[in-house]
Design a protein around this ligand. Structure first.
Ligand code: ZN
Ligand code: ZN
Length: 1010
């Protein structure tokens, strides 16, 4: 007989079926057809935050990319037209650092010797290579995007849009060149901005801890005792700070913060020390010529550590630098770009900040200035790209002032709906505290800042390629793209004095590249659509993306939804919001979903150097895309995700239950030769079928609610609950009907499985489509083309009734397991109290619990014991507790409904008492929340015989499996003679085991296929 459905294997081979689906989607143009199907419908705009095309994907990237795909697929099922444009981040420090590593270059000098043009080519090659790798990996994860029409942030078009933004910023007077102390990476040779500092890591580092004496000039024999953990900054010392209102004490000739129990020769207020001059530790260095060292007041002096007197080196610390402005102190810059002491520092010149530690300590000791030298382990910031400990350096950088934009950005953020909501507040906090945006990096392969400062004082800012061409003096012929070194060879004419001016050499912060995307990729202000017009400059050949026109921008801006990890609050979310509020005064996104970090299985951060990082490819090879996606979906996004193969196996097991449910239908439909009708709406009669229809409608409704609020943990929870109900209630309770090939049961289960597949397909696109192809013989050829199911209102009364039945059964099982009597042994009677609404289901309950009779009424078979819940009641009752406890113990209480009790005239709630029900002799009792069941345990010969029959049936069915019999095979059964009495139930045994004949012979059970 030809089979209606292709049989399912026992367990899914996730990798094989995913490979098959990917090939089929390609072959059948499934994604393109989906886009065509939805074209012209209402729009749903998602804007992708770019992934750095720099390395293979890690599993932490996969989390976000899975979520993005889940919601795009869901919105597609709902019929929305979408853009599906993926983005790659392509320039800036992160790409440079990887290319440096690959080329074995270790400093900026080596990059310059290698040649900027060659270096730029290597950076582009790396981006080309890894955008391909990431595309392949994303497809394996099931991500549907318009691959090949990606945006690459290093396109000339993207750069031009940023130029336009910077020009607008300049016209508002927000652009300035700042001279200030900033965090500096000596390896990368560039400053690090505030948001990058946060994004970087603080590490536990071991540093020197020095107490040093600064002799006071006018007071012979007295000196200041200062504390420092950065010996390299001492040669740049210009001042010492005290807190004026605190007590300082003199001991052994040294002034330091006075503690209450310390003994001092003299104690004075800090203000008395202010203004005193002292001898610096290294006054003989050229850098120190003409420096007058003195004591200054500072409220920020720490009381936590050190001596209460802070050494101030304005060239080597941010706060120190601010103090130099307030107190007119000289600023001595101690280190060069590479973190080495400059030539002004005599014997220390040329040493790194680390190399100089010991020579400084030795020199202090020789001069008699060292009070104490130890070590300290403390948290210290490191470079987010290369992990080198950061230094502080005074440099010239370009900034965008943010005071004027702060309030408009806060207003814009107030229009955004954040999920989880607390992250919106974090954005507000960031905006309230953000400093000016440091946009310049002293590097090579990045956004060329279009700033051309002229010696006449004019700052020329170029806003577009057309403007550059118009004002260029020479060099246009070699300008292959808007990157260094080519752009550096194009001087322009100063708009004020007409002199030739060159661009500054700095490149831009990479967040400018990613931040302009809601404008540059959507064609803002572009008069006409340009085919492939986005793929310019370095992006040429990598992408076919168009540059749309302004009308398109108006259709797709702002994004209805964006989603990135929480760290992006002060990075991408901040950057796109900053640029959008600047350009048009409103937020570029309406809703945000953000999520935390991926940790390893044990809860440690993942690091390549620790050997516990998992790259996406490896995880995909071992668990497949669906399992990975399900793990990500199940994870509450406000908590770190522990990623590992143990949790993945657990997910596999859960998905297996659904697979088996489909397998069950396939098996029995094939036996029955039953064929589904694609468009038949179910209107079954049987209560179980009616219930499953309602339960499926409820699933669709719950899932819709979860999707609509972008909350995947609710989606996986409602789905797993549904599968449990489906398999552990509907299918289990309906087995006999399937054995009997009842068409109504087959049709109801088929219909329900098909709807469930549509509902879950966004989260597990491969498995859902595979099962869809198994079950759906007519109708859409992919679940992803099938749309969201339009289902009738679920019958809530029926759902509630069955839920109550299941509670009764669950309690009955508990009571049984307490009694130690196995389920196969039938019992006489179950009494149910508190669930009268389900009395119509007595037969079902009896069958589930294998009891002869179910009664609804008062359970007097139990003893109720109630004790006070001390942690709750103790604080509430105080002294009264003792008498309440005594009354409860004596049984002097009244049981009220809802799990409440009255005792001593007080009413106690369910959480205030601990309730225990014990069966009286001969009964097993279980209860919760006002529902109690009691199982009568006494056995009689009739019940015992039935128990033996059930054992026998169980044994025979085990043997059927063992002997490899088909579900439909009939048998001849041989029973041992001593079991002859079981034949009182001959018809029953035959029916359950498909025996056509039973004989008794010998002393073991045998079966034979007929
Ligand atoms: Zn670095
Ligand atoms: Zn000029």
């Amino acid at each position: 007989m030809a089979q209606v459905f292709k049989p399912l294997s026992n367990v899914p081979d996730h990798l094989a079926l995913e490979r098959e689906a990917l090939e089929r989607w390609d072959r059948e143009r499934t994604f393109e057809r989906l886009r065509e199907q939805n074209r012209g419908n209402p729009r749903w705009s998602f804007i992708d935050g770019p992934i750095t095309a720099n390395n293979p994907m890690g599993v932490h990237h996969a989390w976000g990319r899975a979520l993005k795909d889940v919601f795009q697929r869901y919105k597609a099922l709902r019929g929305f037209d979408q853009r599906y444009q993926n983005g790659f981040d392509c320039q800036g420090l992160w790409v440079e650092v990887e290319v440096e590593k690959a080329l074995g270059l270790n400093s900026k000098r080596e990059i310059e010797e290698y040649g900027l043009a060659e270096f730029a080519e290597r950076c582009k090659e790396r981006v080309a290579q890894y955008s391909e790798v990431i595309t392949r990996e994303s497809r394996r994860l099931g991500m549907w995007m318009g691959w090949g029409n990606d945006y690459h942030t290093f396109s000339d078009t993207n750069i031009e849009y940023i130029w336009g933004f910077l020009k607008a910023v300049h016209e508002r007077g927000w652009l300035y060149k700042g001279h200030r102390s900033t965090p500096w990476c000596p390896r990368c040779g560039t400053s690090i901005s505030q948001h990058e500092l946060f994004a970087g890591e603080y590490k536990e580092l071991d540093h020197p801890s020095l107490f040093v004496r600064f002799p006071l000039k006018e007071r012979r024999g007295e000196s200041l005792v200062v504390w420092t953990t950065t010996p390299w900054t001492l040669p740049a010392n210009v001042a010492a700070a005290v807190r004026p209102d605190l007590d300082y004490g003199l001991r052994d000739g040294g002034w330091r913060l006075a503690t209450e129990d310390g003994e001092y020769d003299r104690v004075v207020k800090g203000e008395e020390l202010v203004g005193l001059e002292y001898e610096g530790p290294f006054d003989d260095l050229p850098a120190q010529a003409d420096v007058v060292h003195r004591v200054i007041p500072w409220e920020g002096v720490s009381l936590e550590e050190g001596s209460g007197i802070v050494h101030i080196a304005p060239g080597a610390g941010t706060e120190d630098f601010e103090l130099s402005r307030a107190h007119n102190l000289p600023v001595l810059v101690a280190i060069d770009e590479g973190g080495r002491m400059t030539s002004q520092y005599g014997e220390f010149a040329g040493l790194t900040t680390e190399e100089v530690e010991q020579p400084v300590i030795d020199a202090l000791r020789k001069r008699g200035l060292l009070v104490e030298a130890g070590r300290i382990v403390h948290r210290y910031p490191t470079c987010w790209r290369c992990s080198t400990p950061l230094l502080f350096r005074v440099v010239d950088d370009w900034f965008i002032a943010c005071d004027e934009i702060r309030q408009p950005m806060l207003d814009a953020n107030a229009t955004v709906e954040w999920t989880p909501p607390q992250y919106g507040k974090r954005m507000d906090d960031w905006l309230r505290n953000m400093g000016d945006w440091n946009i310049s990096r002293k590097r090579y392969f990045g956004l060329p800042l279009p700033f051309y400062p002229c010696s006449c004082g004019q700052l020329n800012v170029i806003g577009s390629l057309a403007e550059l061409k118009e004002r260029a003096v020479t060099g246009l012929e070699q300008l292959q793209e808007l990157h260094r070194p080519w752009i550096d060879n194009v001087p322009i004419r100063c708009e004020k004095c007409g002199e030739d001016v060159f661009r500054i050499t700095e490149v831009g912060d990479a967040w400018l590249d990613a931040g302009i995307v809601p404008f540059s990729t959507l064609g803002w202000n572009n008069p006409e659509w340009i085919e492939h017009g986005y793929a310019t400059g370095a992006a040429k050949g990598l992408s076919g993306a168009d540059l749309p026109d302004h009308a398109y921008w108006e259709q797709w801006f702002p994004a209805d939804w964006v989603s990135e990890m929480r760290e992006q609050i002060r990075l991408w979310f901040y950057a796109i919001s900053f640029m959008s509020v600047t350009l048009i005064g409103s937020s570029p996104y309406r809703k945000v979903l953000t999520y935390e970090k991926v940790l390893d299985e044990t809860g440690r951060e993942m690091h390549r150097s620790w050997g516990n990082a998992i790259i996406a490819d490896e995880a995909l090879d071992r668990m497949g895309g669906d399992v990975m996606r399900w793990m990500f979906c199940a994870q509450p996004p406000q908590q770190n995700l522990r990623f590992g193969y143990g949790p993945a196996d657990e997910v596999k097991r859960r998905l297996l239950t659904f697979w088996h449910s489909v397998g069950f239908l396939v098996t029995y439909a094939n036996i029955a030769g039953w064929r589904p009708e694609w468009d038949a709406a179910p209107s079954p009669e049987h209560p179980l079928d009616r219930w499953l229809v309602a339960r499926t409608a409820q699933l669709a409704r719950d899932a819709e609610e979860a999707y609509e609020r972008f909350w995947t943990p609710a989606l996986t929870a409602v789905y797993e609950g549904y599968v449990e109900d489906l398999s552990n209630w509907y299918i289990r309770r309906s087995r006999r009907r399937f054995w009997n090939s009842e068409p109504e049961a087959l049709a109801t289960l088929w219909w329900s499985l098909v709807q469930a597949l549509r509902v879950v397909s966004p989260a597990m696109p491969f498995l859902a489509d595979h099962l869809w192809r198994t079950l759906v013989l007519e109708g859409p050829d992919s679940v992803h083309l099938a749309g969201w199911p339009e289902l009738p209102e679920p019958d809530q009364a029926l759902l509630a009734e069955v839920a109550e039945v299941r509670r009764v059964v669950e309690l009955g099982r508990q009571a049984r397991s307490q009694s130690g009597i196995k389920l196969r042994q039938p019992l006489r009677r179950l009494v149910v109290q508190g669930a009268d609404g389900v009395s119509g289901h007595a037969a079902e309950i009896a069958d589930e619990l294998s009891v002869k009779q179910v009664e609804f009424g008062e359970v007097d078979a139990s003893e109720l014991r109630v004790k006070p819940n001390l942690p709750v009641l103790g604080p509430k009752l105080g002294k009264e507790l003792a008498s309440v406890r005594a009354a409860l113990e004596a049984g002097e209480f009244e049981e009220l409904d809802g799990g409440r009790f009255r005792v001593n005239g007080l009413e106690l709630g369910p959480d205030e008492v601990l309730v225990e029900r014990r069966g009286k002799e001969g009964w097993a009792v279980a209860g919760e929340d006002g529902l109690t069941v009691a199982l009568e345990l006494a056995l009689d010969p009739e019940l015992e015989l039935e128990g033996r029959v059930r054992d026998l049936i169980h044994e025979i069915n085990r043997l059927r499996k063992e002997q490899g019999l088909e579900l439909t095979d009939r048998i001849v059964l041989t029973l041992p003679r001593d079991q002859e009495e079981l034949l009182r139930h001959e018809a029953w045994i035959k029916e359950e085991t498909l025996a056509v004949q039973i004989q008794t012979h010998g002393n073991e059970v045998k079966l034979e296929k007929v």
